[in-house]
Design a protein. Structure first.
Length: 318
């Protein structure tokens, strides 16, 4: 009998890739979403709504041995409406889902958090070790840390076993957010003042993240509750990432340097401190503990991952 897994946020970027990867590896995957979806005959969807329909979740979870919780609100602005929505989606729903999972006898709850939870714990070289204390620096990261705490509290009260994965920026084909903006800049061919963006950074290709999640699934039930940083393992920089994207797209990224202090002043003057951090500040995470725990190595190397990320979509047949 196949192991059944509920993947929440299955319409999202990570959730969709994760569900596809798990299905390809022989698992019986139920795809969860807040909104109803077209249902190909080969897929099993459940709709739990924006205000979670508890009966739907309860009946679904009774059929599952594992939950992979990818659902979440990634964009969190400074206004109260956005922050309230993010808290409801990222924190309250995680707590509710964990409590229902415990009641249903789920064997393993895998939560996809974010390396940004420990972004403020970087040392002078921008590195974060596996035991770094949580120090979120953004509203989004704060909700992810609060969700981790909600999961740990539920586990302490119920015995639910869990694994938390903290990936850095996720990139891949049709990725949105920061990677999409960088790819657009790299393909533009315009001279960019980012030649000095050479600080080391960790990223993760979406298929590598899906592979890591699958490796965590294989450790069901886990012996202990654990939290891991997870990345490609091939650290790079913003400048090198731009050059690689341009090269794989058969172009060039003409980068030049401006004085570091001057450029930083410009970013901060325009209220772009977070963007400065994303482009220029080092952020390297240590994913060795996860690799050892799960006996896992990222299957797709960096250059191949970038090639797959920028390659034109293959036309589908009729």
């Amino acid at each position: 009998m196949k192991t059944s897994i509920l993947v929440t946020g299955a319409t999202g970027y990570v959730g969709r890739h994760c569900a596809t990867y798990l299905s390809a590896h022989g698992y019986d995957v139920l795809l969860g979403s807040r909104h109803s979806q077209p249902r190909p005959s080969s897929e099993k969807w459940i709709t739990y709504g924006c205000a979670p329909e508890l009966n739907v979740l309860k009946s679904t979870l009774r059929k599952c041995q594992i939950v992979v919780h990818c659902a979440g609100q990634n964009q969190v602005s400074k206004n109260l409406v956005s922050q309230s929505s993010a808290w409801s989606t990222n924190v309250n729903f995680t707590r509710t889902l964990a409590e229902l999972s415990a009641d249903a006898g789920v064997q393993h709850f895998i939560f996809i958090s974010s390396a940004l939870v420990v972004a403020g714990a970087r040392d002078a070289a921008g590195r974060v070790g596996p035991d770094a204390a949580p120090s979120p620096m953004s509203a989004y990261a704060q909700t992810k840390w609060a969700a981790e705490q909600a999961l740990a509290e539920t586990s302490a009260a119920t015995g639910l076993q869990y694994t938390i994965l903290r990936p850095p920026m996720v990139y891949g084909p049709a990725a949105k957010g920061n990677f999409a903006r960088l790819a657009k800049l790299a393909r533009s061919g315009l001279p960019l003042p980012l030649g000095g963006a050479i600080a080391a950074k960790s990223f993760i290709f979406v298929d590598n993240l899906a592979s890591a999640i699958t490796a965590a699934v294989a450790r069901t039930p886990p012996r202990t509750n654990s939290t891991f940083l997870v990345s490609d393992g091939d650290d790079t920089s913003t400048a090198d990432l731009l050059r690689e994207i341009a090269m794989q797209a058969n172009g060039t990224a003409p980068l030049f340097r401006l004085p570091h202090a001057t450029l930083k002043w410009v970013f901060i003057s325009f209220g772009l401190r977070e963007e400065w951090e994303k482009l220029f500040a080092p952020f390297v995470i240590d994913s060795k503990p996860f690799s050892e725990w799960a006996n896992w190595t990222a299957p797709v190397p960096f250059r191949e991952a970038i090639r797959l990320s920028v390659a034109p979509a293959t036309p589908r047949g009729p």
